[in-house]
Design a binder for this molecule. Structure first.
Ligand SMILES: Cc1ncc(C[n+]2csc(CCOP(=O)(O)OP(=O)(O)O)c2C)c(N)n1
Ligand code: SF4
Length: 306
């Protein structure tokens, strides 16, 4: 602990732009992710934030947790609003009104990003707007009561994909949003997790230094929706990476790099067992998930080698 006190303040900005006192659940991985992202962004930023847990817990009237300019947007237009802010700043800059351009960042949950906001995000990428989009992926629509999204993994029980005699839980495989971002040929795409804070903050810094659109997909463990004890969030994020369920990688101008590579991944069982949302899964379904993870991981490794 003493070592942390000496070294961490030298490595990490001490100032927080996401203030404590917000209403996130105890142990929320998403709130930690937002705190780390905003630390790395610093003060010179404008944030467009879609509806979802982080917006709800941070802005109960008349209070706010945001110590930077922040606008609450709808699900469907967080990227359109960020595009408009970026375009307006560009004009102001050209007219000489501002010496320095603040960074522009849009953010939302997996429902806001993979489902409802995907068209305005795709349009912004197509037009080449210079902003970072961060998806905080807790793998369901948590804020309205744990409904499944297209980011919910196969086999997870949610309130709209309940496990039972006739149902395995979520019946489809998780939508691969980073692959969709990469297919837009944008200059920077990366995955991250608050369980690896330095990796996460470095990627934020890199993404906002990129000219053009950048995308960061952050796995955000959620004790409430994933049904695990509140002190396991960091452990669960690490297990997602160590099992290959959520590989940490980045793609810079089409070049893939794995940030955490293990010659021998842990079995996915280690990641699934502590979570109540997978409690009902029989052995053969866990094996099926293991096969899916192996296949996707090998596919990623081939891209890294190419
Ligand atoms: C167009 C629209 N549909 C539905 C809602 C209701 N709603 C508010 S938050 C939310 C869930 C958000 O899920 P996600 O984006 O994954 O963020 P999380 O709460 O999980 O962080 C829903 C469905 C809404 N506000 N707007
Ligand atoms: S429901 Fe999950 S993501 Fe939302 S505030 Fe609670 S722990 Fe965080």
């Amino acid at each position: 602990m003493e070592n942390f006190a000496i070294y961490v303040p030298r490595l990490v900005p001490q100032k927080d732009y996401f203030a404590p006192g917000h209403r996130a659940c105890i142990g929320c991985g998403e709130a930690l992710a937002v705190r780390l992202v905003t630390k790395a962004l610093g003060r010179e930023v404008i944030i467009s934030n879609a509806t979802g847990c982080m917006e709800i817990v941070s802005s109960p009237f008349p209070t706010t947790s945001w110590r930077v300019p922040w606008i609450h947007t709808l699900f469907e237009n967080a990227s359109a609003v960020a595009s408009g802010i970026e375009a307006a700043l560009k004009i102001l800059n050209e007219k000489g009104a501002r010496a320095k351009m603040p960074k522009v960042v849009a953010m939302g949950g997996d429902g806001a990003t993979l489902d409802i906001g995907i068209q305005s995000l795709s349009g912004a990428w197509e037009r080449g707007h210079n902003f970072l989009y961060v998806c905080f992926d807790n793998e369901a629509y948590m804020n309205t009561g744990i409904q499944r999204s297209s980011g919910t993994p196969f086999g997870a029980a949610t309130t709209t994909s309940p496990a039972g005699k006739l149902s395995i839980g979520q019946a489809t495989w998780k939508k691969n949003m980073p692959a969709i971002a990469i297919a837009h040929d944008i200059p920077y795409v990366a995955t991250a997790c608050p369980s690896y804070p330095f990796d996460l903050m470095e990627k934020v810094t890199k993404a906002v230094a990129t000219h053009g659109p950048s995308y960061l997909h952050v796995l955000s463990p959620c004790p409430t929706g994933w049904r695990y004890p509140t002190d396991l969030s960091i452990r669960l994020g690490r297990l997602a990476v160590e099992t290959g369920v959520f590989p940490l990688y980045e793609v810079e101008n089409g070049k893939y790099r794995l940030n955490f590579d293990s010659s021998k991944l842990r079995p996915v069982r280690d990641y699934l067992t502590p979570q109540g949302r997978f409690r009902h899964l029989p052995k053969e379904e866990i094996e099926r998930i293991q096969e899916g993870v192996n296949k996707e991981y090998q596919k990623l490794k081939r891209k890294v080698k190419a």
